[in-house]
Design a protein around this ligand. Structure first.
Ligand code: GAR
Length: 210
């Protein structure tokens, strides 16, 4: 089983969904630690309740972004994970960090990338008059919410949606999509080539997230 460190900044519902998926015997991955940049992140207590080791790396405890990332990289090196899953981690990783785990960092973003990267994604989807929304799990490359797509899921936008109601609907499919995407990568069916394209060995059925 591939060993995974999950990174969170908030409620940690995606981290929890991954941890639950990993409880299935045949699932090809396991969460071995949860890292947060926020001591108040609600996901920390959820991880601890599952018996998962947690570490907090607050940005303000370090003099620079480079020192902050160096501390995280050192802690990761002690663990030696196969994969890292960003699960609501609201911080942009440097190119140096990403190169250290090239092709081994996954992220989930609550939009149908490449549409609406960055913040306030649900409000921007509503403002654009979108009739569908969704989520994307992708390999992390330099640049915010870029990198090749592993899996996506779609939900309808309803007539009286607010950013909050849309976010809640998208979040429900995020959990399934992230678990499916991690399974594809951990099993070796999907990987990122050195040129940043995605290689898919499984059938299209395997690759569909929901
Ligand atoms: C999720 O909707 C995730 O897609 C989003 O933050 C939320 C975290 O929820 N991530 C981003 O916006 C990253 N750009 P969670 O802590 O309950 O998993």
């Amino acid at each position: 089983r591939k060993r995974v460190v999950a990174f969170i900044s908030g409620g940690g519902s995606n981290m929890l969904a991954l941890a639950k998926a990993c409880e299935a015997g045949e699932y090809p991955a396991e969460i071995v630690a949860v890292f947060s940049d926020k001591p108040e992140a609600g996901g920390l207590a959820k991880a601890q309740a599952l018996g998962l080791p947690t570490r907090v790396f607050e940005r303000k405890a370090y003099g620079s972004k480079a020192e902050h990332e160096a501390a995280i990289l050192a802690a990761l090196a002690e663990i030696g994970p196969d994969l890292t899953c960003l699960a609501g981690y609201m911080r942009l990783l440097s190119g140096e960090f990403i190169r250290a785990y090239e092709g081994r960092i996954l992220n989930i973003h609550p939009s149908l990338l490449p549409l609406f990267p960055g913040l306030h994604t649900h409000q921007r989807a509503l403002d654009a008059g979108m009739k569908v929304a969704g989520c994307t799990v992708h390999f992390v490359t330099e640049g915010m919410d870029e990198g090749p797509v592993i899996a996506q899921s779609v939900v309808p936008v309803l007539i009286d949606d607010t950013a909050e109601t849309l976010a809640a609907r998208v979040l429900t499919v995020e959990h399934k999509t992230y678990a499916a995407a991690l399974k594809l990568v951990a099993s070796g069916n999907v990987s990122m080539r050195a040129d940043g394209t995605v290689e898919r060995l499984g059938s299209e059925t395997d690759a569909s997230a929901t």
